[in-house]
Design a binder for this molecule. Structure first.
Ligand SMILES: Cc1cc2nc3c(=O)[nH]c(=O)nc-3n(C[C@H](O)[C@H](O)[C@H](O)COP(=O)(O)OP(=O)(O)OC[C@H]3O[C@@H](n4cnc5c(N)ncnc54)[C@H](O)[C@@H]3O)c2cc1C
Length: 431
């Protein structure tokens, strides 16, 4: 049985597809070699576009592109060529640039190949961008033992003798709360929802201690807007791919952890720019003229900062407005993280200047805006954690099959690792 799979975040994700290597997994009881075969399976199922090799490849172990890289815009191409000429200077800053690795079909012989219609943000009309609703769910439905049950919101799991024996859920059509008996449970409702379901399950099982999660991790996202001077006056690309076609890394052997800081480099292509134009200090017509003259030179470098389990950052089960099912998030960025952010942003800005870009300020997103959450039922010891195979330490037939089980949150995009973790959990489950 699978509940509500159709509403996952990958309906609108950015498709950046990387794997975690041993450095990324440093605080895990799982190594890259433990994950490797699961990664291979995932890359066989999800086609990934990317180059055969580039300056980033040595840092991207476990990434297996099967599709040609996504086409660059003219401004991307110019930036990459400038990087090739200046890479020694950038190397001193630890900054490397390469083509993005994206879960997108680009092989022109396939009917679902990207045709650069510039509609990625609104849902690819060709189905070129990986979306589990369109592919994985369909493959599951082909299995005779599989049932997709619509409209059931899981609230908690019922247990006796430290085993889960039923699922308590809200039927969203009738608003009734019901129970369904079960054998084993693989919980993968996204790290926040998995954490919430787990907390309610602990409460219902009679745990006396405060019902709070072991952790809560979130990636801090910082954007550096830039104008690439060499691309001023660049005409429009007739067809484009809207997401980032380039990635970069700030690589620091002396960085606190991990040594690879993931960055996405995006030059603007086709989007709705009306709100930006109306904020320019000119009348609408002149603002629009000026904006379209510089549009293809405008870009942003988006840096994703990793996270660790930190005291005080967790989910808490707290009755709010009479609702005993409410789960509250408590989260604060740590001082260490702030230092790392300042240093890395300074290096990336210097690199952009050396590439002929002017930068202005940085834009830091609110906590939570990175949409890479993890660590609510992390691997480790104790009843509120799971073991290295994802099995709950408290409930012997409950498996934590998503990012809730991650004991640290590396900078790299997480989705391929979510899928690899789920694959590994399913393979190792002792059913
Ligand atoms: C705009 C955007 C861009 C992104 N870009 C990238 C990127 O480039 N690369 C990358 O790696 N990641 C990216 N992400 C993050 C990525 O999409 C998510 O990390 C990933 O999809 C999470 O998958 P998940 O299955 O763990 O959780 P979810 O996608 O949240 O899926 C959980 C599923 O469980 C169901 N569910 C939840 N609660 C319940 C409940 N109580 N009962 C029943 N069912 C429930 C939900 O309906 C959903 O179907 C992006 C996300 C967004 C929004």
């Amino acid at each position: 049985m699978v509940f509500l799979l159709r509403r996952g975040l990958a309906n609108g994700w950015g498709a950046n597809a990387l794997s975690f290597d041993d450095d990324d997994l440093a605080q895990w009881p799982v190594s890259f070699s433990d994950m490797e075969s699961a990664y291979k399976t995932v890359y066989e199922r999800i086609p990934v576009a990317g180059p055969d090799g580039d300056d980033l490849a040595p840092h991207l172990r476990g990434v297996y592109p099967s599709q040609p890289p996504v086409r660059l815009s003219a401004s991307d191409d110019r930036l990459l060529k400038t990087y090739e000429r200046r890479k020694h200077a950038l190397g001193r800053l630890g900054v490397k640039i390469g083509r993005a690795r994206l879960a997108v079909v680009t092989d022109p012989s396939r009917t679902d190949a990207c045709d650069y219609s510039g509609r990625c943000l609104w849902g690819c009309p060709n189905g070129s961008i990986y979306n589990p609703r369109l592919s994985t769910l369909k493959q599951c439905e082909a299995h005779p033992g599989f049932r997709y049950l619509q409209g059931r919101v899981v609230l908690a799991l019922r247990s006796s003798d430290n085993r889960i024996d039923s699922i308590r859920y809200l039927d969203s059509a009738t608003r009734e709360i019901r129970e369904e008996p079960c054998g084993a449970v693989f919980l993968a409702a996204g790290a926040l929802q998995t954490g919430a379901i787990f907390l309610r399950t602990l409460r219902d099982s009679g745990v006396n201690s405060e019902c709070r999660s072991e952790g809560l991790m979130d990636k801090t996202v910082v954007r550096i807007p830039f104008v690439a001077l060499r691309s001023l006056g660049q005409g429009p690309d007739p067809r484009s791919f809207q997401f980032n076609r380039l990635i970069a890394a700030v690589i620091g052997e002396s960085a606190p952890w991990p040594s690879y800081l993931h960055t996405e480099l995006l030059h603007l292509t086709d989007l709705i720019y009306h709100p930006l134009i109306e904020r320019m200090p000119l009348d609408s017509r002149n603002s629009a003229k000026l904006f379209f003259a510089i549009r293809h030179a405008i870009g942003a470098a988006t840096l994703f900062f990793p996270d660790r389990i930190t005291a005080g950052n967790h989910q808490v089960l707290a009755e709010a407005e009479g609702n005993p099912e409410t789960v509250v998030l408590r989260y604060r960025d740590s001082e260490d993280k702030e230092r790392f952010i300042r240093q890395s942003v300074a290096r990336m800005r210097s690199a952009l200047h050396r590439l002929g870009c002017i930068t202005r300020g940085v834009v830091r997103s609110e906590p939570g805006a990175g949409i890479h959450y993890a660590g609510t039922v992390p691997m480790g010891t104790g009843p509120r954690r799971c073991d290295a195979t994802g099995r709950s330490n408290r409930f012997s037939n409950l498996y934590i099959a998503d990012g809730a089980a991650f004991p640290s949150l590396p900078s790299k995009p997480i989705t391929m690792s979510l899928a690899a973790h789920a694959t590994r959990v399913a393979r190792l489950a002792a059913l």
